[in-house]
Design a protein around this ligand. Structure first.
Ligand SMILES: [Zn+2]
Length: 111
């Protein structure tokens, strides 16, 4: 059986982007701290949506328009086995300069 992940341009269908950490940035208007994706977030991991129906975080990221930040002990296991704290609702880009090579190997695409 063929793998369910197809490479459409560089964006891999059935996947989303994930990074391992977020930073808290002061909101100049409200004065509170807002989570943000740091400039030096490291590598870009791939999260797998898998077959529908989705549930839990997969359902949330499939419906999201903004990044989802996971606080406290919450995390999502990326395709390579690393734990991500930020889930970005865009397909994983295998040509991204920071694309995780282990995630690419896990989902069977080349950079
Ligand atoms: Zn990875």
């Amino acid at each position: 059986m063929a793998p369910p992940y197809r490479c459409l341009m560089a964006n891999v269908t059935g996947t989303f982007r994930a990074v391992e950490r977020y930073e808290l940035v002061k909101d100049p208007v409200a004065g509170g701290l807002d989570p943000a994706i740091p400039d030096d977030y490291g590598v870009l991991h791939a999260g797998l949506l898998g077959p529908e129906p989705w549930s839990g975080l997969r359902e949330q990221v499939a419906d999201a328009t903004e990044p989802i930040f996971l606080f406290g002990g919450r995390a999502f296991e990326a395709a390579c086995g690393r734990y991500a704290k930020v889930l970005i609702p865009k397909p994983f880009d295998s040509e991204h300069p920071q694309a995780c090579p282990r995630c690419m190997a896990a989902i069977g695409v080349k950079g």
